[in-house]
Ligand binder design. Sequence first.
Ligand SMILES: Nc1ncnc2c1ncn2[C@@H]1O[C@H](COP(=O)(O)OP(=O)(O)O)[C@@H](O)[C@H]1O
Ligand SMILES: [Mg+2]
Length: 559
Amino acid sequence: MAREQVLVIDEKKDAVQLITESVLRPHGYSYIVANNGEDGFRLALEKEPDLIITDLRTPRMSGLEILEALQAERRDIPVILMALHGSEEMAIQAFRLGAKDYIIKPFKVRAMLEAIDRALAEERLMSKGMGDVDQQLERRVKEMNILYGVGKSVTSLLDLEKVLNRIVEAAVFVTGAEEGSLLLVDKHTGELYLRAARNLGEKFARGFRLKVEHSIAGKVVKTGKPILQSTQDEETLKVKTGYLVKSLVNVPLKAKNEVIGVLTVNNKISSNPFTDNDVHLLSALADYATIAIVNAQLYEETKHWSEELERKVEERTQELRAAQEQLLQSEKLASIGQLAAGVAHEINNPMGVILGFAQGILKTLPDDDPLKKPLTTMEKESLRCKRIVQNLLDFARHSEPTPHLTNINELIDASCDLIEHQTSLQNVKLVKNYDPALPPIMADPNQLQQVFINIMLNAYQAMPDGGTLYITTKTVGSELQVTFADTGKGIPPENVQNIFDPFFTTKEVGEGTGLGLSVSYGIIKAHSGDIEVESQVGKGTTFVIKLPLDKSEGDESQD
Ligand SMILES: Nc1ncnc2c1ncn2[C@@H]1O[C@H](COP(=O)(O)OP(=O)(O)O)[C@@H](O)[C@H]1O
Ligand SMILES: [Mg+2]
């Protein structure tokens, strides 16, 4: 028997060639070709092919328009639509217009052959002489086509909302029901809530909830078995209080062994009963719904994990940034240090000359000489310059610390003594809280003393109207900690990150150089330690100096 004739409509020559040369010709089909929709439709009417394969987007008349036009002409020629990936939704519409199948381009030869076989199955049965009697069969093929289309959309559409609505739509369509709905079990309350609906009254569509105990759908959830019920003309069935129908089918959505929802169709007005076949069809659709829901859950989970991952990466990035800032701080110190060392040497010599002449002249002047006062000021200010320059040089000197076994408690006491003449006039209470068992550590005592003095002077300067300075020493794990906590004016948050910068000062010109803390920072770092600061404006500031305890030294001191 000569095989069927196929009309291929596609604008693209290579697409046409693939179908005719790789699919149709080798399998004995004859074919005719059109490269636009209008010509295709005309050929369809003229030649009455057994099958039409058309692209969705054909020039002059689209695939959907061809379907519509065929319907209007009551030509029952099976049509297969070809669509590009992403036009799945349009393809679903095509099913409603009576398309037999759709194929996503690019396709495999095998897939196209199968689609052709499916599309021609009905016609072939008819021509074998069984068709005229078997309307049922024709209906089955239609149903299978719809199920097949929905199945495809379950795997190709990511939007759960759309998939579920489409499933309910298909359920209503294949069973010829008046209305349909998809209810899901709320894990927390155990109630059923409406997830998707078709033709359901507005009143029920919103906030529709069912108690599992008192409803037909609830029974399906409990038993996991479908329910098919219908009534005589005058009777009604109670879906829920106030919701009566004439006939219904409810099937469970089963994920593994758990019922996660119910797919329902009802007839409210007509008393057309549903059949076992409707139960089968709905069960297939319910399976699709389950797959779509489980897929969506998996997708959400994947999304959750990828967000978690993103968070972790962000965290690490923050840590890296902090580490880099520290690095920058040390680098800044190093470069400014070099600069300062150069300048300091240049200034120190002329300053020595000025100081020398000032002191020399002063010695020769009688006490009441009018030049005495300005020269004394010159001497004082030159000395101050030298001190600052000395500070700079200390700061710049990259000498490794010369370590001795040092008792920190004693060193702090010595530092307090050194600044006493500067601080005795201030109404500041000193509270010392030393750990008497503090082990000595290897450190450069001169340098550490410089640190303690810097920090204590800062504290006194922050408490011009009096206050308390708490000094605490203790060991914490493998560290020795010295804490200076004052009750002074505190450091505003925007300054905290700057206080260790060289030349950062909030003090009047002449009162602060802005070098104390940056020098201290350099010294503590050279001792493999750390300085931390915590401050609250109006409450006070706490500096914590952390120095590593030398384990072996600790052991030796036992001897
Ligand atoms: N205990 C403290 N209380 C309030 N502010 C402080 C304290 N210690 C340091 N600061 C702030 O840090 C700045 C820098 O300190 P420092 O490097 O010692 O330079 P200087 O004391 O010469 O200003 C100070 O000007 C001050 O603003
Ligand atoms: Mg200072």
